[in-house]
Design a protein around this ligand. Sequence first.
Ligand code: NOJ
Length: 532
Amino acid sequence: MTTQANDDWWRDAVVYQVYPRSFADGDGDGTGDLQGVRGKLPYLRELGVDAIWLSPFYTSPLADGGYDVADYRDVDPRFGTLADFDAMASDAHALGIRVIVDLVPNHSSDLHVWFQQALAAAPGSPERERYMFRDGLGETGELPPNDWESIFGGRAWTRVPDGQWYLHLFAPEQPDLNWENPEVRTEFHGVLRFWLDRGVDGFRIDVAHGMIKAEGLPSVGRTSDDGGRQVEMLGSEPLPYFDQDGVHDIYREWRPILDEYPGGRMAVAEAWVDSPERLARYIGRDELHQAFNFDFMMAEFDAESFRTIIDKSLAEADLVGAPTTWVLSNHDKFRHVTRYGDGVIGLRRARAATLLMLSLPGSAYLYNGEELGLNEVLDLPDELREDPSFKRTGESRDGCRVPLPWGGTLEEGFRFNPDGQGTPWLPQPAKWESLTAQAQESDPESTLNFYRAALRLRRELPALGGGKVQWIDSPEGVLAFRRDPGVVVVTNIADRPVTLAELGLSGTPLLTSSPVPTPGTLPADTTLWLLG
Ligand code: NOJ
């Protein structure tokens, strides 16, 4: 099966996020790579995903795991070559799997040739105009130009030897590009075309709400020194460096480029804004196709929260005329097994939430390793943690980036190449021995086989993916809804088992997130798909 021409494929797609450094290691050096991804495509085909989204694999010093790009048109040697990318994408397409790549337009790496040229050039030069250089305040310019804070902690400005400051909303190794400069815009049109010409099916836009900053770069007026980090305002209050109206001009220039290419090339925004109305502005015929909806991921494991967020998300989708996206885990947040309590209970709840998510209208984004039921690795030695925010704030996203366990034993573990000698770049916990893909293969109750079954049904049943959610009256702690034609979904988050009889439901069970010891009774922390 090859990918079919269907411009709307993304509307209900199941997209699997590959974190290339940690997904699969094709050359046995302990770091994942594109050869590794290529080798695992049959596994992904069997899992049943429609597309993969690759986090950055471009040339990068990996100061922020690759979200610091030094060359937007090449592959980092640690991840392979452009030829490896082409071979991987071609195999993916032959297997019916589409390929989405990450685009990081808000900032480059400090090792990008443009930034190196800017450092070597004088204040006011065209080289500096590609970034956000400013003179400082104070008598000798010794104070930063304003009070903006980095998302990773500390101030968002770094001073260079000639006294000017440059803006970096993330790490100092990630200087913000100046999107008021036409040269920057032209450059990214070229980058889009470069990857579209190589056949990519879409882009995930990193910090899609960044790029344009408020005129005059006004201070926020609130800093960590007053007791609240600016990042805490993200998604709830306006900030002068995010979600500025001018950012939409950029997407209006990008959309015709995407539309020039056949087969439904799409873009999904990572945009943290403070209202559904603001988010809606990113989506539409003349801008981007989708935006991540992170509310589901941020929700407590609680029926009321889930229901409120489902209703809100569906209303938002109506507002923009495009189905929403659902996410439970990604490379920036604790894995959902751990968020829901870790251990047996955390896994049970994670599976229940996953089956709920996969029954909702819209597309679903899975994060590599969630199909194995992996937990967040909390006890990594500090000296091995690489997240740039760890040094500044003590918060670390390394625990969700531990390489996946593939083989029957952890020694084979990450190594896809059986002759490889490499040790995974972050150590895998010993208890993952029982969670390797190989160990789960033959266990019908394993999380891997559960995901496979859910994705197979989602493909087979027209009720899932598109359509509406029709709520069914249910007792406190229970979510029940109908998905026409013919599927009923029940999630029991009450602290007791519920019977289908008390919900007035009957039908043939299609799949449950955990075993059901008594037919007709749904244990706590379980989701059921029912044909009825
Ligand atoms: C969002 C990405 O998901 C995250 O991993 C990264 O650190 C920031 N953007 C900066 O690029």
